[in-house]
Design a binder for this molecule. Structure first.
Ligand SMILES: NC(=O)c1ccc[n+]([C@@H]2O[C@H](COP(=O)([O-])OP(=O)(O)OC[C@H]3O[C@@H](n4cnc5c(N)ncnc54)[C@H](OP(=O)(O)O)[C@@H]3O)[C@@H](O)[C@H]2O)c1
Length: 238
């Protein structure tokens, strides 16, 4: 006859399951502990992810800030963050993107959440004159990084308010574009876990639809609506 499990054994098994689940998930490192970085950190922590944040040199009391606004996230130096993250999110002001250590991102999945926003960033002549999307420009800084453009078209103030469980009829969709299909799938799973329906938009060049001033930017869309819009704007097939 099988012995009945004690409450302690059940609790141990539950914790082991939970730990295994978290270990299955990629560890996330976020460059930028500002509005986007901290809101995203909270969503990821709620979903059971391990999160590290790194800030700018100006943020001298980052430990205190993170303890208050994203408790549970680890504060890391840029080197530590890169060493300990499976997925890196770049959430720094667009003009500060060159200060992120792109050279260290070889082989890493990198989510580019930045937007070129001249009212905030000023006009940057090289970008104004470059026909590529800004994420293609960033991908060019390290072709060995597995760059995915996502999260950039969702306002930080909506991140927590609009997150809903899978299957909710009003669930909002977020696009994932990038030239590496496996990297897109990893990021899509994260998007789903934090409360949004991921939509695979295919190649990075298709991310033009997600940029400021373009159709998907900042819009509250269902997966079907976003798929249709990406299809209409698609530059190259998936
Ligand atoms: N705000 C939104 O709703 C929203 C939504 C989607 C995407 N975005 C895009 O996401 C990016 C971040 O936006 P945000 O609103 O979160 O900006 P933010 O509140 O200004 O936060 C960005 C943070 O990154 C820091 N930073 C600069 N260089 C860094 C580096 N090399 N390493 C680590 N941290 C660094 C900045 O510090 P300093 O102030 O010292 O530079 C600042 O604390 C922007 O590109 C924005 O266009 C914004």
């Amino acid at each position: 006859m099988r012995r009945r499990e004690s409450a302690r054994e059940r609790e141990r098994a539950r914790r082991a399951d939970e730990e295994e689940h978290v270990a299955d998930r990629p560890r996330i490192g976020i460059f930028g502990a500002g509005k986007v970085g901290t809101a995203l950190a909270r969503l990821l922590l709620d979903a059971g992810y391990e999160v590290a944040l790194t800030g700018s040199p100006r943020q001298t009391a980052l430990d205190l800030l993170v303890a208050v606004v994203a408790p549970g996230a680890r504060v890391a130096t840029a080197d530590d963050l890169v060493a300990g993250a499976d997925v890196i999110v770049v959430a720094v002001p667009f003009g500060k993107a060159p200060s992120v250590p792109w050279d260290a991102f070889d082989g890493r999945i990198v989510v580019d959440a930045t937007n070129y926003w001249p009212p905030v960033d000023g006009h940057i002549a090289e970008i104004d004159d470059d026909p590529r999307t800004t994420s293609e420009v960033h991908a060019g800084w390290n072709p060995a990084a597995r760059l995915v453009k996502s999260l950039n078209h969702l306002g930080y103030h909506d991140m927590e308010d609009d997150a809903l469980p899978a299957g909710s009829p009003l669930r909002r969709a977020l696009a994932v574009v990038g030239d590496d299909a496996e990297a897109r799938a990893v990021v899509a799973a994260i998007i789903d876990d934090i409360g949004f329906d991921p939509v695979d938009g295919g190649a990075l060049v298709n991310g033009c639809a997600l940029e400021p001033g373009h159709p998907a930017f900042g819009r509250e869309l269902s997966a079907t609506e976003l798929e249709g819009l990406l299809e209409a704007e698609r530059v190259v097939a998936a």
